[in-house]
Design a protein around this ligand. Structure first.
Ligand SMILES: *Cc1c(COP(=O)(O)O)cnc(C)c1O
Length: 380
């Protein structure tokens, strides 16, 4: 059976990306590689909307989160973490592992960020060196208002660090314009390539912290990464095949245009939400993102059974809830290489599976709502 991923990473792969990984490996200390890497660096700057250096690491996204902590902070440094889900918690765990002192703005899962509270915390504690948060908290589907956080931190000594691993290319993000000092990205989300690469864009303001950081690091040292990048190299052997795949996916993104890519994600997200509501279900969380839609399940529906059925019968894989949300939500990702037809497939599978599990839904109701959104967007 054809398998279809609607998970917030990994995401489906375009044909060009699959094919570029089938090519013969090239050596990384060659001009041929340097040319590829130069194009990748330019493409990354474009999707991050920055003129800052974007470092590339061979790791999953969490590696680049850890690298950012290791390079920006020193032990005992005071930081503020704005958390509202699994990935916010990850920031706290990493920072504590490096001896940082965390002030936690611990939002209820599904809630947005209150900028006034952030402003208060920052003015109460001028020792805070950095504020850590997410562009999209993938465990809940909530998008955070990074633009406002950038305005709050502008003119303060604190840097703004944003895990944009899931949000990059799906949610609006203007790294330089919004004054985000460190932005983290990952390969297996809207960048449409397999897991294994992670990225960090670093501002000059953040670079001052890098120069003063005393935390231990070796492989992850941004100073080494910067020196190598000046020659379109990485300090150590990178995942060459993934970088070639990334060059090809960045070409696709550039051809479509970033603004249109983000708009496409917004449209897919809206159609998904309308469909869910039309089926009599609820969306979990405030300010739902373009990345993933969290669907609050009625209590009589067993989340595991539902996902298993969707997978077994229709080859459709959606994600469940994590930790406190386990069993309570499913998460439908509309991320990366996706279009209107994909949404029709996932909504259809959900309607049929729910009906089979005894939830009373009129078949086609969700589909119709999604179709109406697509018709409207396309002017049909
Ligand atoms: C996917 C994701 C990560 C990274 O997870 P890895 O498994 O390390 O790639 C981090 N933050 C967010 C918000 C994510 O969606």
């Amino acid at each position: 059976m054809k398998q279809r991923l609607f998970t917030p990473g990994p995401t489906p792969l375009p044909e060009d990306v699959k094919l570029s990984q089938a090519r013969e490996i090239i050596h990384h200390r060659t001009n041929q590689f340097k040319q590829v890497f130069q194009e990748v660096e330019e493409g990354l700057k474009y999707v991050f909307q920055t003129n800052n250096d974007v470092f590339l690491f061979t790791s999953s996204g969490t590696g680049a989160m850890e690298a950012t902590v290791a390079n920006l902070l020193s032990p005992e440094d005071e930081v503020l973490v704005i958390s509202g889900g699994k990935f916010g918690e990850r920031w706290t765990e990493i920072i504590k592992a490096f001896g940082g002192k965390v002030t936690l703005l611990d939002n209820e899962w599904g809630k947005g960020v209150d900028p006034l509270l952030v402003e208060k915390k920052i003015s109460q504690n001028p020792e805070i060196k950095a504020v850590f948060t997410q562009l999209v908290e993938t465990s809940t589907g909530v998008a955070y208002d990074i633009e406002t956080l950038g305005k709050i931190l502008e003119g303060t000594p604190a840097v703004l660090v944003v895990d944009a691993i899931s949000g990059l290319c799906a949610q609006p993000l203007h790294t330089d314009k919004w004054r985000v000092d460190a932005v983290i990205g990952g390969s297996q989300k809207a960048l449409m390539i397999p897991p294994g690469l992670a990225f960090v864009a670093i501002s000059e303001k953040a670079w001052k912290l890098v120069e003063n950081s005393t935390s231990p690091k070796y492989y992850w040292d941004f100073r080494k990464a910067r020196n190598a990048l000046a020659k379109f190299q990485t300090p150590y052997t990178p995942a060459v095949s993934l970088i070639c795949a990334l060059r090809d996916s960045l070409r696709l993104l550039k051809k479509e245009g970033l603004e249109k890519v983000v708009k496409r994600h917004a449209e897919l997200a809206q159609a998904t939400r309308e469909a869910i509501l039309a089926m009599g279900l609820k969306i979990f969380g405030e300010n739902p993102s373009n990345v993933v839609t969290s669907v609050a399940l009625p209590p009589q529906i067993d989340e595991k059974k539902l996902r298993k059925l969707m997978q077994a019968r229709f080859g459709v894989q959606v994600a469940g809830g994590q930790d406190s949300l386990a069993g309570k939500i499913i998460r439908i990702a509309h991320l990366g290489w996706m279009d209107a037809s994909d949404i029709i497939v996932v909504i259809s599978a959900l309607e049929m599976a729910l009906l089979e599990l005894g939830y009373s839904v009129e078949l086609g109701k969700g589909l119709r709502a999604a179709e109406e959104v697509f018709g409207e967007f396309r002017g049909v």
